[in-house]
Design a binder for this molecule. Structure first.
Ligand code: SAM
Length: 232
């Protein structure tokens, strides 16, 4: 299957295993991952955020329940909320979730904003788990016709070492543990290159409780704009 499907399947498998109740997808684009996740009835609140409201609007109504879902409602209700907003801005409606996914998002941020993104996601939203995927620049020489970045909108592409260095720094600062994996395997003689899409799976380190306390302040007002909300 194409890489984007493998990345989404990675999240679906994680959700099946850990059964998060509240999930935010940052950079949700056309909501294709959210459409897959809405079938996992352990999820009670599914939130999508993207800076580009036009791309969200295109297919957001496909998140509405099917008529069969009205006839056979799940045990617990599901709420889906979509927002226009940036992963570098704080909004209280994204705090305290079980899982935040950032699938092919960070490479679209100016490098200077990555630190702010880390503070917002790990320090402020402070979810139990975070999944971050991004291209592995070490893999690019194996991609036919790939000389610069993989996409013109990418502001950077990190090597395996650069990604891991960022991730380990985030863990130290905000009290998380990370495991590295990926999708899209290198040919068998090139395994040291790593995966085509690199993935960091972060879990909050409960033994370091209280490290990520950000003072609750008055500027805790909503930054995101609600585009769509549906309750099953
Ligand atoms: N996550 C989706 C997926 O798995 O297919 C789409 C990834 S797409 C390559 C990157 C998305 O991130 C775009 O929809 C873009 O509008 C969004 N984006 C870029 N900067 C953002 C930011 N600061 N905050 C939220 N979303 C952002």
């Amino acid at each position: 299957p194409p890489l984007y499907k493998q990345r989404h399947q990675f999240v679906v498998d994680f959700v099946k295993k850990y059964k998060p109740k509240k999930v935010v997808d940052l950079g949700c684009a056309d909501c294709s991952l959210l459409r897959k996740l809405k079938f996992h009835r352990d999820i009670e609140l599914l939130v999508g955020v993207d800076i580009n409201s036009n791309v969200v609007r295109r297919k957001m109504y496909t998140l509405a329940p099917f008529s069969s879902e009205y006839l056979n409602p799940a045990n617990q209700p599901l709420t889906v909320e979509l927002y226009e907003g940036s992963a570098t801005e704080k909004d209280p409606r994204t705090k305290g979730f079980d899982l935040v996914t950032c699938i092919e998002l960070i490479e679209h941020l100016p490098l200077a904003e990555v630190e702010r993104f880390s503070e917002v996601v790990f320090g402020y939203m402070s979810p139990a788990a975070v999944i971050v995927t991004t291209p592995n620049a070490d893999f690019n020489p194996l991609l036919p016709g790939c000389y610069g970045f993989r996409h013109i909108d990418h502001k950077f592409e990190w090597t395996k070492a650069e990604f891991q260095n960022w991730a380990l720094g985030v863990c130290r600062l905000y009290g998380y543990m990370v495991e590295f994996t990926g999708v899209g395997e290198a040919p068998c003689n090139e395994e040291r290159i790593g995966f085509c899409s690199q993935i960091g799976v972060f879990h909050k380190d409960s033994s370091r409780g209280g490290t990520s306390v950000i003072s609750e302040n008055m500027e805790d007002s909503s930054a995101y704009r609600l585009l769509y909300e549906v309750v099953y």
